[in-house]
Design a protein around this ligand. Sequence first.
Ligand code: SF4
Length: 63
Amino acid sequence: MRVVVDHDVCEANAVCESIVPELFHVTDDDVLEILRPEVPPELRERAEQAVLRCPRRALRLEG
Ligand code: SF4
């Protein structure tokens, strides 16, 4: 399972980082970095929460 961000709509508000800091990091330049695109099994549940709670609907899971 991979997590993908649409940078055209992400507003770098770090909601996803607050849920899964192991996967997401907002840089000082307000860019969302995906730290681990391939989501390990132990983080899947929280990754799904991040996708659901992103206020911009900028995240999606593939595979
Ligand atoms: S929660 Fe959504 S809008 Fe906010 S930083 Fe994460 S991907 Fe971007």
